[in-house]
Design a binder for this molecule. Sequence first.
Ligand code: CO
Length: 134
Amino acid sequence: MLGRLNHVALAVPDLAAAVAAYRNTLGAEVTAPQALPEHGVTVVFVNVGNTKVELLEPLGEGSPIAAFLEKNPSGGMHHLCYEVDDILAARDQLKAAGARVLGDGNPRIGAHGKPVLFLHPKDFFGTLIELEQS
Ligand code: CO
């Protein structure tokens, strides 16, 4: 089921500071910030060749990463995103195996304009997993 690692996502308290650190200190190529109000985050991508690092900052009230940043005030790894060929088939297979799909279980359009789903971290050893249709 699992394809490539599409990205590793880091929640950060200050996106401008994180962008400056990745661009200037680490010398990485960083995309322009993209506001995703329906996901409650502003995102940039750091391109690192074999995959991407997604930097997430809360956007608006009730951001899904606000509680994470309360527990991890300096930021930290928030989720891993794996590609799947068929997101609905993957969802049905995972649900049949007892994994919990977050939200209403229907894919939403993610930062790359493709359908995404999130799987409960308690079902995968403490790591939130995002699936993105490839
Ligand atoms: Co992501």
